[in-house]
Design a protein around this ligand. Structure first.
Ligand SMILES: [Zn+2]
Length: 158
């Protein structure tokens, strides 16, 4: 077990902290499998190298992305889509979908985000807790930046 001292407490280093972020590239990674539920990490920027996502851009991508995924062909296979706290990408939790299918879905998703003309779904006070905290232009640029990169799929662990 990979234990680490946090202050005076030894705790298990959680799985996502065991990914070596120094060699991590843009791409889509299978992060964990829980029976038929699979969590994919969508790494939109190279951690600690590229500029991270603007939080307002990530918020706009979250609204557009979640809406498209829940209306798309695979809507019954999508459990969750939301931003990483480090602002380098998104988590996509799915049911019964493999990496090939996820690649296809994510390519289509970010292509649509990159050319979104608005309005942003759910960007109204009754549907969001911070509805003006969005930047569509930066969201579109970030989506295109991700689409233009070669994608890696294999994590290196510490
Ligand atoms: Zn919101």
């Amino acid at each position: 077990m990979n234990n680490t001292l946090y202050g005076e407490t030894i705790m298990e280093r959680i799985k996502s902290f065991c990914v070596d972020h120094r060699v991590l590239k843009q791409g889509i990674y299978l992060s964990r499998v829980d029976d038929d539920i699979t969590t994919f990490d969508i790494r939109m920027t190279t951690p600690n190298v590229d500029k991270a996502l603007e939080p307002k851009a990530a918020h706009a991508i979250e609204h557009i992305g979640a809406t498209l995924l829940r209306n798309g062909q695979y809507k019954d296979h999508i459990i969750y889509f939301g931003p990483m706290g480090c602002m380098t990408g998104f988590y996509l939790i799915s049911k019964d979908l493999d990496l090939d299918k996820i690649n296809e879905i994510v390519t289509d998703l970010f292509t649509q985000v990159a050319k979104w003309t608005g309005p942003i779904p759910g960007a109204v006070p009754e549907e969001c807790g911070n509805y003006t905290y969005m930047d569509l232009e930066k969201a579109k640029k970030s989506a295109q930046f991700f689409l233009d990169a070669p994608w890696e799929h294999e994590y290196t662990y510490l």
